[in-house]
Design a protein around this ligand. Structure first.
Ligand code: HEM
Length: 504
């Protein structure tokens, strides 16, 4: 009944719900994108919904993205929104468990590790890792097939998850992590991962076994990294390795202090967690669409043949610099990230009452809405990336839109400039980095993803290596998205059929 009482006209409209504290949890949890789209139609580009006692104010469209992602971090705070989820998993003193200024320094350290001369060494490692995987694994056994016409199937998410962790650990994380990950630590990583779910965001501490397992796993993995760091320092070996541990060991904060061992360990865990599900989800959706569109699979293959097949029939490894000149591969990745951005909602917590610009929504001619302190503000680039007013046939996965200049223009916007005025451009060339862009699979503003370029090279290299060896097709209905996880993953069944290519 309280919803029928006169409302404060300066507050955004509240989504109607039957059970006071529970609010809209059921409809949001089932399909957040549909929920946002329906609320957008009913209430406009700004509305507040109740999620198990929390007030969440959603701002839609490019203006809404700009409001949340371009907001001042002193008003709209990421650490207040995320730290109770991330700190038990990543660990102390890094990312959202430190003042924002330190996070900005830590991001610079990581960017130093993500430099082109390191990237160049990664391409052959990824290719090798994927080739070995395809040879060995039971669920992807192309080299054991005798008959060229034999079709097999694999669960795409299982395969992409394994390939993602193997390739990320072989390159960014370094050889010691690569060796432990497949052996003794697989279960420990899975326990840590089990602590990174929407339930853990909603209920930071519950007396459940998964919370205890998460804490034990965090300690074990943190200790593993610290021991790797110490061994490297003591032996003097691998101090100049092309991986992130080596890069972080070289860095110093502006105060002149070097990173402590536990800080390096916790940054490494954060990078592992930030990249694992985002990249494996993107790779899975990409493969599913390619399997569903054999003509695109063929175009991808022909692009590889044209550029990397040697006269003797062998394949040449792609150079990092060459990836951006492969329009089919590039547009397949972009389009997958448009239709399936792994992170559907980006949130901040409001630290001080904040007025909403009239361009986003104005309740009356004289005033604007004010979002009160304590609310969460959420943007959903996933909604603007599917907006039919911006994208032609917006729900269709159509990579050709990226070679259409109008499609490109839709994604164009201002370049984001960091606090020191330097232009940040991590790749994807034509895609905007602006906080007001409708295309933001990697976010925007000061919390923008720093892993974009690595994800791009990892995905490109994995896809190219797979597509060189096999044809793909989808024989079951296209999978629905699962929104019960933090990252939007394809639901089962998600088996792709594959057949070894016939080489001339
Ligand atoms: C932040 C997406 C891969 C490291 C973000 C954000 C998005 C995103 C949307 C912004 C979150 C926010 O504003 O609250 C993606 C996607 C990926 C990907 C779609 C792959 C397809 C990676 C990888 C790494 C990484 C591989 C590490 C190597 C980070 C970090 C942040 C971040 C450290 C936090 C930045 C901050 O809060 O300032 N990512 N990411 N990401 N990403 Fe990624």
């Amino acid at each position: 009944l309280y919803q029928l009482l006169p409302k404060d006209p300066s507050r955004p409209p509240v989504v109607w719900h039957w059970i006071p504290l529970f609010g809209s949890a059921a409809s949001y949890g089932q399909d957040p994108i549909k929920f946002y789209q329906e609320c957008g139609e009913k209430y406009g580009n700004i509305f507040t919904f109740i999620l198990l006692g929390r007030r969440c104010t959603v701002t839609l469209g490019a203006e809404g993205n700009n409001f949340v992602l371009g907001g001042k971090h002193t008003d709209l705070c990421a650490e207040d929104a995320y730290t109770h989820l991330t700190t038990p998993v990543f660990g102390k003193d890094v990312v959202y468990d430190c003042p924002n200024e330190l996070l900005m320094e830590q991001k610079k350290f990581v960017k130093f590790g993500l430099r082109n001369d390191n990237f160049r060494t990664y391409m052959p490692m990824i290719e090798d890792e994927v080739t070995q995987f395809m040879k060995k694994q039971d669920h992807f056994r192309i080299f054991q097939m005798n008959d060229i016409n034999e079709w097999g199937t694999f669960d795409v998410l299982d395969v992409m998850s394994e390939i993602t962790i193997l390739t990320a650990s072989r390159t960014l994380q370094g050889p010691e992590v690569r060796d432990t990950i497949t052996a003794s630590y697989a279960d420990v990583f899975s326990d840590l991962d089990g602590g990174f779910t929407p339930i853990h965001w909603l209920f930071p501490s519950l007396p459940l076994p998964s919370y205890r397992k998460r804490d034990i796993a965090h300690k074990k993995i943190s200790d593993l990294y610290v021991s790797i760091i110490r061994k490297r320092r003591e032996s003097g070996s691998k101090l100049e390795a092309p991986d992130m541990i080596a890069s972080l060991m070289e860095q110093k904060y502006r105060s002149g202090r070097a990173l402590k061992d536990h800080e390096i360990a916790h940054i490494m865990i954060a990078l592992l967690m930030a990249g694992q599900h985002t990249s494996s989800a993107t790779g899975s959706w990409l493969m599913l669409h390619v399997a569903d569109h054999p003509e695109i699979g063929e175009a991808l293959y022909q692009e590889q043949v044209k550029n990397f097949r040697l006269p003797n029939g062998k394949w040449r490894t792609m150079d990092f610099e060459e990836i951006k000149d492969l329009p089919v591969l590039d547009s397949v990745i972009r389009e997958t990230l448009r239709v399936h951005p792994p992170i559907h909602s980006i949130m901040r917590k409001v630290r001080t009452d904040i007025a909403v610009p009239a361009t986003l929504a104005s309740p009356s001619e004289n005033g604007t809405y004010v979002v009160p302190t304590g609310d969460y503000v959420w943007s959903s680039p996933a909604v603007s990336q599917l907006d039919p007013r911006i994208w032609k046939n917006s729900n269709e996965w159509d990579p050709t839109r990226w070679s259409d200049p109008q499609g490109m223009a839709a994604a164009a916007g201002r370049a984001y400039e960091d606090s020191e005025g330097a232009k940040i451009d991590y790749g994807f060339g034509l895609v905007s980095k602006g906080t007001d862009s409708p295309y933001q699979p990697f976010g925007a503003g000061r919390h923008r993803c720093i892993g974009e370029q690595f994800a791009y090279l990892q995905l490109s290299s994995v896809i190219a290596t797979v597509i060189r060896q096999v044809e793909l097709k989808l024989e079951t209905p296209f999978p629905q998205p699962n929104y019960q996880t933090l990252i939007t993953l394809p639901k089962k069944p998600r088996a792709i059929s594959y057949r070894r290519r016939q080489f001339d």
